[in-house]
Design a binder for this molecule. Structure first.
Ligand SMILES: [Ca+2]
Ligand SMILES: [Ca+2]
Ligand SMILES: [Ca+2]
Length: 638
């Protein structure tokens, strides 16, 4: 990478412009072929009084070699322009927003020896922090939506101009199906009725509109899932636009629902214009033609004994050939991505971030990103996907403690894949009931187990009902356990109606009733089958139980009883004690629990809160619970 030199401002330019706040120039020798032009500015806007000031712009255009940049207003001051690519396609420039600036759109001028171009940069009024940027805690229940597969609220965006017909085909599980942001807006009351408090949407960045063809079983395919960004600053045109997204956030907030953005800083899509024309030589790890593939030796990211070859491969290797890996150790990349994360939050007022494949990015970067989020938005919350069944590895990435490398990632939460996995195994009868307790003991590794995000499932794994050994009762136990164990629960759309689905993309079927011509409408009680309705009411009731009992949200977890078929635990805070008793066996379970150990006096009564079962009374420091077969019950004890 070349470094910028400097050159004195041409006299005619100085005379022509009233305010010239800075100028430098990128040393460069390649011939220019014409006047400069500008096609994109990232970010296109920023805020007065932001914790990041100056903001670093990445300006894309043509013939930007040797560019000088001028501001014509005291509201904006420019510094440190730098063109790092030989083609003159990208100009980096820092812009300081004055404290006294007023919101509005201001021109910045790019001048080279062959001409001049102007681009607009907007200063925005910040959104009200009292009603935006709310963060997530164990008070919340998160619901994961895949916009393309949930509800089609706007048929006019199903087939953007120029997109092939095969890209939009509901018969193809790898094509776009037409779901969008309007479909989510139209169904916000559904989430309220179910009782969830936050929606995580899979990525809404703009993705390529075309179809990949090949002779493999996974073709033809599209990027309906959103993980192959071609523009970090645009909303997917099939899902809506920025105005629709802002409307979604505002309307969700109006109903007390939070919005979580799925961010993907580790990689972009191979159709991103950077891939053939990167801003810097080291913008990515390698090139489309020459790069390492990640071998996913993930444990080397944890081990202090890892060799550097394996370690670098796991951090720098491409997730696949279609997902170029960003180089966050290049400071311009890190700055770009941190600003991008903040820009979405500030622009839309969203409440939290789910960060994709977070462990494949340097821990220093995770820390810097987390710190930047918290510095600007004190309540901002980010959960990282560390898809590991080993709690040593998931806990290594959560913030609040330093790893052996001396780094505290400051990451607010990680998904609890270890406990999720144990629950799937137990409730499909592959592991004994006590395996839940055996996994939960590794909470010793986490600074605060209440901050872990527990999940029933997500879009990357088979749905519960399609696992070997699955039953509706098992699905109900898995749901009840996830909603009552410590942490911040996250559900996946359709689990509340026991949807089936094997490996991706079968686990991403359309939500029934969200699309024109659907035979059933599961958004309404009358449109659900009896089994769907039972599962829906069960899910709603356990969410409500959690909402009604602070101990389930914030209380300490205490193991009371565990054997081959049962797990009984208390959730206890200063206000109350709630007992959760789960029995997966086909017959009633008598479980005697050490009531005195959690401060319950003789004579205290166990009263059933959910599920039909008799109560119990504490005698000689113990209580014997009768847990009906294949169900979960909850008791209040007074
Ligand atoms: Ca649509
Ligand atoms: Ca698109
Ligand atoms: Ca990486």
């Amino acid at each position: 990478m070349r470094r910028p030199g400097s050159r004195r401002l041409p006299l005619n330019a100085a005379l022509a412009i009233v305010y010239i706040f800075a100028s430098t120039v990128a040393a460069f020798s390649a011939p220019q072929t014409g006047p400069p032009s500008i096609s994109k500015v990232e970010p296109p806007s920023w805020w007065i009084g932001h914790t990041i000031n100056p903001v670093r712009l990445l300006v894309r255009g043509q013939n930007l070699q040797d560019a000088l940049v001028y501001s014509t207003t005291p509201a904006l001051r420019v510094s440190n322009p730098f063109v790092g690519d030989q083609r003159g396609t990208y100009l980096f420039v820092s812009v300081t927003v004055a404290r006294t600036a007023k919101p509005g759109s201001y021109p910045l001028i790019v001048e080279t020896l062959t001409g001049r171009a102007t681009f607009a940069f907007t200063i925005e009024s910040p959104l009200n922090p009292k009603t935006h940027f709310q963060g997530i805690s164990s008070e919340d229940v998160i619901y994961l939506v895949m916009p393309d597969r949930f509800a089609n609220g706007d048929p006019t965006n199903d087939a953007p101009s120029g997109s092939p017909a095969a890209a939009n085909d509901r018969r193809n599980p790898r094509a776009y199906h037409g779901g969008d942001l309007r479909g989510i807006i139209n169904n916000l009351q559904y989430f309220k009725d179910l009782g969830v408090t936050a929606l995580w949407l899979t990525p809404w960045y703009d993705n390529w509109n075309g179809v990949n063809n090949c002779d493999k079983p996974w073709c033809p395919n599209t990027y309906y899932h959103g993980y192959h960004a071609i523009d970090y600053y645009a909303v997917e045109d099939r899902f809506g636009d920025m105005a629709t997204l802002r409307e979604l956030v505002e309307k969700a907030h109006g109903l007390g629902l939070k919005i979580i953005q799925d961010q993907v800083a580790n990689h972009v899509g191979s159709r991103h214009p950077w891939v053939t024309d990167p801003p810097l030589d080291d913008w990515f790890h390698g090139t489309a033609a020459k790069h390492a593939l990640n071998k996913f030796q993930n444990s080397v990211l944890l081990s202090p004994h890892a060799n550097s070859v394996e370690f670098r491969n796991t951090l720098d290797g491409w997730f696949n050939d279609d997902l170029p890996d960003m180089n966050q150790e290049q400071p311009e990349v890190a700055r770009y991505e941190i600003q991008n994360a903040l820009w979405w939050i500030g622009t839309t007022g969203l409440d939290a971030i789910r960060q994709d494949t977070i462990q494949y990015m340097p821990r220093q970067f995770i820390r810097d990103l987390s710190n930047s989020l918290h510095r600007q938005y004190p309540k901002m919350w980010m959960v990282g996907e560390v898809f590991e069944r080993d709690a040593a590895q998931t806990s290594f990435f959560i913030g609040g403690h330093k790893g052996w490398d001396g780094i505290d990632t400051k990451l607010d939460s990680v998904f609890d894949f270890p406990v999720w996995n144990a629950s799937l195994q137990v409730f499909t009868n592959k592991l004994p009931g006590r395996a839940l307790r055996d996994q939960l003991k590794y909470d010793a590794l986490y600074p605060d187990p209440l901050q872990i995000t527990t999940l029933t499932n997500n879009h990357d794994t088979p749905r519960f009902m399609s696992l070997d050994g699955a039953s509706l009762e098992g699905a109900r136990l898995h749901m009840a356990f996830t909603l009552s164990v410590r942490g911040i629960p996250q559900l996946y759309y359709g689990e509340e109606i026991a949807m089936e689905g094997k490996e991706d993309p079968d686990n991403r079927r359309d939500f029934p009733g969200g699309f024109p011509g659907d035979a059933r409408n599961a958004f309404q009680n009358s449109g659900r089958t009896p089994d769907q309705q039972r599962m829906w009411e069960w899910t709603r009731d356990w969410i409500k139980l959690r909402r009604d009992h602070s101990a389930l949200r914030n209380g300490r977890l205490i193991d009371l009883y565990y054997d081959d078929d049962a797990y009984v635990f208390a959730r206890q805070d200063k206000a109350e004690t709630v007992i959760i008793a789960i029995n997966r066996a086909d017959r009633e379970k008598k479980a005697t629990v050490p009531a005195a150990s959690i401060g319950l006096r003789d004579g205290a009564e166990f009263t059933s809160l959910i599920g039909t079962t008799s109560g119990a009374r504490v005698t000689n420091g113990q209580a014997t619970l009768s847990i009906p077969p294949r169900t979960a019950v909850a008791y209040n004890v007074r």
